[in-house]
Design a protein around this ligand. Structure first.
Ligand SMILES: Cc1cc2nc3c(=O)[nH]c(=O)nc-3n(C[C@H](O)[C@H](O)[C@H](O)COP(=O)(O)O)c2cc1C
Length: 364
């Protein structure tokens, strides 16, 4: 690992640029890339940049509180680690390093089904809450076993990803014939620990992995099945349509994540922040809404919260932080965003998270 001068890092753009300079190209492109023309990938960020803030002044902001409470856990800022696959491409300790970073940051980490570290080992690395991101496999016994192991190792919620019956066409990975290097495996999936991903292949090995092993028939009845075998809170990740948000609420889902998988699934869907107002309206505070996709600044977080999100999830920047300096790098990403959020709150006249309302959005 290259020695990084942390003083030269001011924002998440700096971290991304440095990470790009040290990662092998195929790994950088796997992390960075989006589907097809990457229109949604870009729009996730641009949509935040186009929103303008309407600050209030003459508010006593001498005491600022960025903390929030999610499912009974108080965390220092409404910033969670999104589930992302293959942290072993970024750092030798893989998801064990990420879990360490979550401990340092005292926030919630969502562990991907496709981690390079066993969920039990990840659970041993952290004293902060962990949620398990679940992909539903055609093999229901395997899926059931993942849920039971997550329960047993102390994960406190299941985050079921519902936007990936098949993998989006990530053309960078197709060009690179993306596979996992031989030293990395998928130890959560005992029946298929990785041979499906590390073979010689043409195109992205992940595409075949998804079409072969994951369940394309996934529908609301399957969520009832998951509900019938676990008492963990169920969070659905990948909701974009207000009607799906409405069904989720009706079906007793505990929370949703408005997400387009970081622009990696269906290209040309809008940036997630564009979707949030309508979804917040229909959900009407009945369950928490989380949002991810393109969150890179404290002002992005304040905008998401103003539009009704309870918290945001951060995907790629955590991977850049891990690449540069393992747990220290990933926790640096958290602290930069928290500090930026705190400053944005001071300058908008919102001294605590609950004071962030739609009034701080400029409506022209
Ligand atoms: C490299 C990478 C791997 C990902 N792997 C998963 C995954 O295994 N499961 C999942 O639900 N989402 C996965 N995602 C999507 C993220 O959870 C999240 O929705 C997205 O990264 C948020 O956008 P951002 O990267 O712009 O912050 C992945 C995203 C990236 C960039």
């Amino acid at each position: 690992m290259k020695t990084i001068n942390f003083n030269s890092i001011i924002n998440l753009n700096d971290i991304e640029r440095l990470a790009e300079s040290v990662l092998p190209q195929y790994a950088y492109e796997y992390y960075f890339g989006g589907a097809n023309d990457e229109i949604t990938l870009r729009e996730n960020k641009q949509a935040f940049q186009q929103i303008r803030i309407a600050p209030r002044v003459m508010v006593d902001v001498s005491e600022l509180d960025t903390s929030t409470t999610i499912f009974d856990h108080t965390i220092p800022a409404p910033i969670l680690f999104a589930p992302t696959a293959f942290h072993g491409l970024a750092t030798p300790k893989a998801e064990a390093a990420t879990a360490n970073a979550a401990s340092i940051s005292k926030t919630i980490m969502i562990l991907s089904t496709l981690s390079n570290t066993r969920m039990e080992e990840v659970a041993n690395q952290t004293d902060t809450p962990l949620w398990f991101q679940l992909y539903v496999y055609k093999d229901r016994e395997l899926t059931r076993e993942l849920i039971k192991r997550a329960e047993k190792s102390g994960f406190s919620a299941l985050c079921i990803t519902v936007d990936a019956p098949l993998l989006g066409s990530r053309e960078r990975d197709v060009h690179n014939n993306f596979t996992l290097p031989e030293n990395l495996s998928l130890p959560n999936i005992i029946a298929y620990p990785g041979e499906h991903l590390s073979k010689e292949n043409s195109g992205s090995a992940l595409t075949t992995y998804f079409s072969t092993l994951l369940d394309q028939s996934l529908n609301w009845k399957d969520i009832e099945w998951v509900r019938s075998i676990t008492n963990l809170p169920l969070i659905l990740k990948g909701i974009q349509h207000p009607l799906d948000a409405e069904i989720a609420v009706k079906n007793g889902i505990d929370a949703i994540v408005v997400s387009n998988h970081g622009g990696r699934q269906l290209d040309t869907v809008p940036g997630t922040i564009t979707l949030l107002p309508k979804i917040s309206e229909i959900v009407n505070n009945q369950i928490p809404i989380f949002l991810d996709g393109g969150v890179r600044r404290g002002t992005d977080i304040i905008k998401a919260l103003a539009y009704g999100a309870k918290a945001v999830l951060i995907g790629r920047p955590i991977l850049w932080g891990l690449t540069l300096a393992g747990a220290e790098g990933a926790s640096k990403v958290f602290s930069i965003l928290k500090d930026e959020l705190s400053l944005a709150m001071a300058l908008t006249g919102t001294k605590s998270i609950t004071k962030i309302t739609p009034d701080i959005i400029w409506k022209g």
